[in-house]
Design a protein around this ligand. Structure first.
Ligand code: AMP
Ligand code: TRP
Length: 339
């Protein structure tokens, strides 16, 4: 399913319960453009239409990050980033995964309906084995079961994510079907919700923008840093001279302009006819990204100067979710013969 920023979806009738949406994000560094265009802008928009729960998944991050101080710092930074980008604690619930112990408790129960073969064939597991061969910990294998538990503990039916999460979401649905088949209808099958930019390429123009690849544009970094990252972008590799016509369809810089301003066709034409050079197009993109996120950058600095406020929002979020999580655990335990 794709959700565009405009037009806004129609409001549900007042009497109908609003579908519940859930998403998780790893506290693994400063947010990048791929996170925002691919997922976070949907988090922000959907909080106005749905009951929305957003989780900073520190348990998931433990599968790759083993430095306690770093994880603690990044968890707070991620919370501040999400709030700065527009999550409103009065409109959604933001919390940290490890603050709600029911997630891992439910995960264990779900592992018992999940064949190991499903986990071994997950593409992200295969990638991780290749990327961190010295640290193929069990958490990497079980990762998608914890993700399924995150979603279904609140019986969420919609999950805003980038396209890289498609396989995880499919696995969540399979786990739900396996559980419902064995113990009776309990959980809804969650559906992914994509933006109009479900895969944002990195500065190399080849791979998905990702912290682990190091090809990111960090949207809350300083204007100088953003400029440096944008200027390092690989454009059309066949455009050698300034006077060569470019191929805007394969130029990542031109493609990103689609999301920054309403003159995309003009930019496309300028590049295709060699009226504009790659450097000009990059400078303009850096300027627009800097401007777009200027307010968020200020809010981020403000929030990081008041860490107790951020921690308070996260604690209140986890507290608010307790009754829902406890109710699901009670129901599941009853169905599974645990009480
Ligand atoms: P992560 O940083 O891997 O926890 O990702 C957080 C959210 O951003 C997830 O919903 C991802 O699917 C999404 N995301 C991450 N990188 C990209 C990208 N390059 N393009 C689109 N979405 C992305
Ligand atoms: N695996 C997701 C990622 O890397 C993070 C995540 C954990 C998640 N639990 C989730 C996403 C539940 C959506 C729903 O980005």
């Amino acid at each position: 399913m794709t959700v565009e920023l405009a037009p806004q979806p129609a409001l549900a009738p007042l009497a109908a319960p609003r579908p519940l949406i859930f998403s998780g994000i790893q506290p693994s560094g400063i947010v990048h453009l791929g996170n925002d265009l691919g997922a976070i802008r949907n988090y922000v928009m959907l909080q106005y239409e749905y009951e929305a729960i957003y989780c900073i998944v520190d348990y998931h991050a433990l599968t790759s990050t083993h430095d306690a101080a770093l994880l603690r710092r990044r968890t707070r930074e991620m919370a501040a980033s999400l709030l700065a980008l527009g999550l409103d604690p009065d409109r959604c619930t933001l919390f940290v995964q490890s603050h709600r112990p029911e997630h891992t408790e439910l995960m264990w129960l779900l592992t018992t309906v999940t064949p190991v073969s499903w986990l071994e064939r997950t593409p992200t597991y295969k990638d991780k084995i290749a990327n961190q061969p010295d640290d193929v910990n069990h958490g990497l294998l079980t990762y998608p079961v914890l993700q399924a538990a995150d979603i279904v503990i609140y019986k969420a039916s919609l999950v805003p994510v980038g396209k890289d999460q498609a396989a995880h979401l499919e696995l969540s649905r399979e786990i739900v079907r396996a559980f419902n088949y064995r113990y009776g209808e309990t959980f809804p099958e969650p559906q992914a919700v994509y933006t109009s930019a479900p895969v944002v390429l990195g500065t190399d123009g080849v791979k998905k923008m990702s912290k682990s690849v190091g090809n990111t544009i960090e949207i809350l970094a300083s204007p100088e840093e953003i400029r440096k990252q944008v200027m390092s972008m690989v454009t059309d590799t066949e455009r050698i001279k300034r006077t060569d016509p470019g191929r805007p369809g394969v130029c990542n810089v031109c493609q990103l302009h689609r999301f920054f301003g309403d003159d995309y066709e003009e930019i496309w034409d300028g590049e295709a006819t060699a009226r504009t050079g790659c450097v000009d197009t990059k400078k303009l993109l850096a300027q627009r990204i800097t401007e777009r996120y200027a307010g968020a950058r200020e809010r981020y600095a403000e929030l990081m100067a008041h860490p107790a406020d951020v921690d308070g929002i996260l604690e209140a979020g986890a507290d608010r979710l307790k009754p829902k999580a406890a109710a699901t655990m009670a129901e599941v335990k009853e169905k599974m013969g645990l009480r």
